[in-house]
Design a protein around this ligand. Structure first.
Ligand code: ZN
Ligand code: ZN
Length: 403
């Protein structure tokens, strides 16, 4: 445990917040969720060509968080606009109808980046997050905007669990713990994340760690770890594990899973080498000018889809968590406008909905009716920037580092 840093953080939080019990509750449970200590990570990752000076590096210079003056702006934005990304009403869920036999090309989207892929009769679960809160703390941080559409235990057996990187909205400790007993499939992960999994009790034979361009065969599928433009870290340490997107190739169909990434020029090379892709799952939400390099916006997702040689685009990384300041449905509205201009086929399922990607349903707008909390009158606060508001804002800004 980074006890000195943790102590300092706890003291800071205590000064900001006051109630000691609240701080204690927030710190409780931290050590396990944080994952492996960087000293344990170091021997595993030093063989990667992407690892130098104690960290993993993107190909392009990639500022993950803005300079201090922008951070001040974010603090103001958090105080004034933190509700904007919330939905205006309940998010409708679809009953997941997953066939006993895996299809040729289908995807069930569970919200955010979590999905079940069916490719040529095999199943791959990607970035499964069933937990309530995506944060190192059981008390602070963003919580789900809708319930998981189905119990994790009800999933049929999968051939692999793919993870894009170690941020909380992609790698969830309670979900991993459930998968330990509910599934027998290997976790196929970017290099370094295996050390988190070992700490959480995942047996060695269920861990496959890959560098960019590394591949693993499971059943009839080839899983290829591909470059992404992002960062990693579960709180105190940054970039000590690798981040990635994934290509899933069967004998007849190919899927690209973007995970969490900024737009980058390597998409074209991935498309040329491993594509074209019958289906791409690309992130469209949680964008902001301050972290544009590591979260692409909807227009860039359409561009990346073209670079990859994608046929059908299914948007991910939106709807389930409020991680930025844009309106709740804005990502999908911008996506459809950009896709329309470029003639790109898009499918936007409800959370829980299974889509046959070989015969996708026509677009059905279910998001406009949900609306945005930004349209509802907000309670006015006379307290100004009180201590608890500042504490929440500091926590929020710290947690922005962990997406
Ligand atoms: Zn992330
Ligand atoms: Zn994310």
């Amino acid at each position: 445990m980074p006890s000195r840093v943790l102590r300092r953080a706890a003291v800071t939080a205590a000064i900001l917040s006051g109630p000691v019990g609240w701080v204690t509750a927030a710190a409780w449970g931290l050590p396990r969720a944080l994952g492996a200590h960087r000293r344990r990570l170091r021997p595993v990752v030093t063989g990667s060509s992407r690892f130098a000076d104690g960290k993993f590096h993107n190909t392009l210079p990639t500022p993950a968080i803005a300079p201090a003056n922008t951070r001040d702006g974010l603090l103001r934005q958090w105080h004034e606009e933190r509700h904007v990304g919330l939905p205006g009403g309940p998010i409708p869920l679809a009953a997941s109808e997953i066939p006993a036999e895996a299809g040729d090309l289908a995807v069930t989207w569970f919200g955010h980046a979590s999905a079940l892929l069916e490719v040529d009769g095999h199943r791959v679960l990607v970035d499964p997050v069933w937990g309530h809160r995506v944060s190192p703390s059981p008390v602070f941080g963003p919580t789900r905007l809708h319930e998981p559409p189905m119990p994790l235990e009800d999933l049929p057996p999968v051939d692999a669990v793919l993870i894009s990187h170690d941020h909380y909205d992609h790698l969830d400790l309670p979900t991993v713990e459930l998968l330990l007993t509910a599934q027998a499939a290997p976790f196929v992960v970017p290099i370094g994340i295996g050390e988190h999994l070992r700490k959480w009790g995942v047996p060695e034979e269920r861990i496959v760690e890959l560098d960019w361009d590394g591949e693993h065969r499971v059943g009839g599928l080839t899983l290829t770890c591909t470059e992404a433009r992002h960062f990693s870290g579960r709180y105190f340490y940054r970039d000590t594990t690798l981040w990635a997107s994934w290509a899933v190739a069967g004998p007849r169909h190919r899927v690209f899973f973007g995970g969490d990434t900024g737009y980058h020029p390597a998409f074209a090379g991935i498309g040329a080498r491993l594509g074209g892709f019958d289906l791409t799952l690309l992130p469209i939400g949680a964008y902001n000018d301050a972290w544009h390099a590591i979260h692409m916006d909807p227009e860039e997702a359409v561009r990346a889809h073209g670079d990859l040689g994608g046929r059908l685009l299914l948007p991910i990384h939106w709807a389930t968590f409020n991680l930025a300041f844009h309106r709740w449905a804005e990502p999908v509205e911008r996506l459809l406008a950009a896709a329309g201009q470029r003639g790109v086929d898009v499918v936007v399922p409800q959370p829980g909905e299974r889509v046959d990607a070989l015969a996708p349903p026509p677009l059905r707008d279910w998001w406009t009716a949900v609306g945005s909390a930004a349209d509802a009158p907000q309670p006015t606060s006379s307290a100004g920037l009180g201590a608890s508001t500042v504490a929440r804002a500091v926590t929020r800004l710290l947690s922005l580092r962990s997406r």
